[in-house]
Structures are given as structure tokens and as C-alpha cells.
Design a protein around this ligand. Structure first.
Ligand code: PLP
Length: 387
């Protein structure tokens, strides 16, 4: 068998490997607290489940349009209007099996040898993996240089050259939990006027998980960018629907036909009945999001205080998402050693920082999408482990 050369450049998402390792330990009888995967631990809201069941009962089980049903795409545009007061043509919306395929397609549309793509580092590992896979040059934005992991618009703009095709941003950020305020996005957008050939992929999957009553500084606020802007969002994190595999993105009008071709070549269409659930989520009440945010706010404090209370660990207060990204090097272990010890000795599954970029060697990521009891127990186990 001779495999394609570019396979050697394809990366992965280590959080799934850690989950497999943790499950193996559980099967051997060990008790593991899962703080590795980034998924809310709440049930998907009942009205969403009911709408999906009803759709199946009524026979919505066939193929639908590859870009999503018009009803689902319209529901997305209604929600964008409601949240951000932006008018989006539903023909620019593409419903996807999750948020991830949007980054896969966006990077594939622009990436090839000779092209450059800028991405956050540390960042969601699929960005770098897919950029490398296409043969494009992966140009990192150093997210560690500012203490609060916030972005520096001038530095980002300085990374752009004539080969730059795509700029990927993720706010709130996974894995750092950083939240970049609108004034910085304004500065960046102003600077981008000088680079009209650079497309932007704004990954806003954590747009509904922002703390302290702050508003999402969405890229939908800049209509002059719409002909080169891709906004990735979805249901996974906002509505606790990670396993449903349902996401959406808004694309520049001229890219939609290419994206639809990818959908047809790849998955044909997204599960028909689930799109009814998606509509119910977007049109329904936000009670479940408010409830989750109340819980996440309590857990954020618990984990922030708890981690900073442990000798050798320093944690920045997360501004969005549900991740804490502490520096652990002063425990005399790097992030990988620390995460390994946590899993095997403290029974706590977390992800080393290097899973999100090589520079983050001193860090680990804790997902606080877990009950307060589990978080408290995990902190206690780690304290004991460190003696
Ligand atoms: N973007 C970021 C930054 C993420 O952290 C994730 C999931 O963890 C995704 C996109 C993908 O979300 P989905 O599960 O909908 O594919």
C-alpha cells in the first residue's frame, strides 16, 4: 500500500486520545474525572429534542439540500438579526455536520503550497493540522505573549504579506479562555482595509459563552468585510449539542458554490430531522443558555480560585468559553508531564498545552464543563498529588 504524502502532515485533536486513555483506565476500574473534552455536561434542551423526534415521526428522513434546508438557514439568519442586528441572506448560510467542517473547507479553499494562512497559537488544533495538510505555510499568532492571552492587532497585521490568503481568529478562544474586546477587533478590522485580498475566518463557536455580561464582538458588525468573511458558529457549545453534529457558517456569496460542492462530494447533506431541532433551538427561548452560563460562572470562579491556590500553578481568569489555561511549569513539570501525572495519579483527565501548539509547553487546559463537585474533587486530588 502506498499512501499519499500529505497524510504525514495531517495532525489531530489530542483531547480525543486523552478521552480514549481515560476510558481505558476506567475500564480497568480507576475513577477518572473528565476535564479534558470541551463539551457542556448538560442535557440538550427538551424542546430541541422534541422537535427532532416530531420531525422523524412526521417522516423527515430523506436527503435535503446540501447547504441545509431553507427553513434552517432562515432560522440562522433570524438569530443573527436578533443577536447582532445584521441582515444576512440565507443563501450565504451553509448548514454543516458540526462547526469543524467549516474550518476544513475554508482552509482547503485557500490552502496550497506557496500560500500562507495565519492562525492562533495556541489554538484549536485542527487549524494548524489542516493548513499543513494543504501544503500552505502555517503562520502562528502568538497568543501567549500577552499575560491575559488577548490579541495584539498590530502584531497580527504585521504577519500579513502578499502570500497571505486567510486569517483565522477565534474569540472567545479555545484553549486559553481569552476574550478579546471589541476595541481591539475594531483596530484589526481597520488595519485589514489595507489587505483587501485576505479572507477572514472568524470562529465564533463560543459566542454564547461570554462572562461578566459582556457582548460578543462579532465580525457581523463589519458589513464592508462580508465579501471576504466566513463566520463559523453552531449549536454544539451554545445548546449542549456536541454529539448531534450540527453547525452553521456564513460565507461570502462568491464562495458558496464551492462550499456546496464540497458538501455534495463529502456528506451530501446534514441529517434532515436534526435541522428541525436546530430551528427549535434558534427560535426557542434562551433559558438553557442562561442556565448554563450561571453554572459556568460559578465553576469559573471555583476553578480559577482553586488552581491559583495550588503552589506552582498560575491561572488567568477566563473571559469566555469554558476553559482554564494555567501555567504549571513551577510545579517542576511541563504541561505534558503534569497532565500525564494528573491522569495516572490524581485520576483527572486534562489536556497538555502542546495539544494546541508547540509553544504552550508550560501550560495545561482544564475544561470546566463539569459539575462543581467534580471540579472540587479534581482540585483536591491534584493538590494531594503535588504533596
Ligand atoms: N471551533 C473551536 C474553537 C472549537 O473549540 C470547536 C470544538 O471544540 C469547534 C470549532 C468545533 O465544534 P463542533 O463540535 O461543532 O464541530
Amino acid at each position: 500500500m502506498k499512501l499519499a504524502k500529505n497524510l504525514e502532515r495531517l495532525g489531530t485533536e489530542s483531547a480525543f486520545k486523552i478521552l480514549a486513555e481515560a476510558k481505558k483506565l476506567e475500564a480497568e476500574g480507576k475513577k477518572i474525572i473528565h476535564l479534558s473534552l470541551g463539551q457542556p455536561d448538560f442535557k440538550s434542551p427538551k424542546h430541541i429534542v422534541d422537535a427532532t423526534k416530531k420531525a422523524l415521526d412526521e417522516g423527515h428522513h430523506g436527503y435535503v439540500l446540501p447547504n441545509g434546508t431553507i427553513e434552517c438557514r432562515k432560522a440562522v439568519t433570524r438569530k443573527i438579526k436578533k443577536l447582532y442586528n445584521a441582515e444576512i441572506d440565507p443563501e450565504r448560510v451553509v448548514i454543516m455536520p458540526g462547526g469543524k467542517p467549516t474550518m476544513y473547507y475554508a482552509i482547503t479553499l485557500f490552502g496550497e503550497p506557496g500560500a500562507e494562512i495565519i492562525y492562533p497559537d495556541p489554538g484549536f488544533p485542527i487549524y494548524e493540522s489542516m493548513i499543513n495538510y494543504t501544503g500552505a505555510k502555517a503562520v502562528p499568532i502568538n497568543m501567549l505573549e500577552n499575560k491575559d492571552f488577548s490579541i495584539n492587532p498590530e502584531k497580527i497585521l504585521s504577519l500579513i504579506n502578499e502570500n497571505t490568503r486567510l486569517l483565522i481568529l477565534n474569540n472567545p478562544n479555545n484553549p486559553t479562555g481569552a476574550f478579546t474586546e471589541k476595541n481591539k477587533i475594531d483596530q484589526l478590522v481597520e488595519g485589514l482595509k489595507k489587505f483587501p485580498n485576505v479572507a477572514i475566518l472568524s470562529d465564533e463557536i463560543y459566542s454564547r459563552q461570554i462572562f461578566d455580561g459582556k457582548k460578543m464582538p462579532t465580525f457581523f458588525d463589519y458589513p464592508h468585510l462580508y465579501d471576504r468573511l466566513i463566520v463559523l458558529d453552531g449549536w454544539s457549545k451554545a445548546y449542549s449539542m456536541t454529539g448531534w453534529r450540527l453547525g452553521w457558517a456564513v460565507w461570502p456569496e462568491k464562495l458558496v458554490e464551492h462550499v456546496i460542492k464540497f458538501c455534495v462530494n463529502n456528506h451530501s447533506c446534514v441529517n434532515a430531522a436534526i435541522q428541525f431541532g436546530g430551528i427549535a433551538a434558534l427560535d426557542g427561548p434562551d433559558d438553557s443558555i442562561n442556565f448554563m452560563m450561571k453554572k459556568f460562572t460559578e465553576r469559573r470562579k471555583l476553578i480559577f480560585d482553586g488552581l491559583n491556590d495550588i503552589k506552582g500553578i498560575k491561572c488567568v481568569m477566563p473571559g469566555g468559553g469554558f476553559y482554564a489555561f494555567p501555567k504549571v511549569i513551577n510545579t517542576r513539570m511541563n504541561g505534558e508531564e503534569f497532565a500525564k501525572k494528573c491522569l495516572h495519579e490524581a485520576g483527572v483527565a486534562i489536556v497538555p498545552g502542546t495539544a494546541f501548539g508547540k509553544k504552550a509547553i508550560d501550560y495545561v487546559r482544564f475544561s470546566f464543563a463539569a459539575s462543581q463537585d467534580n471540579i472540587s474533587q479534581a482540585l483536591e486530588n491534584i493538590k494531594k498529588m503535588l504533596g
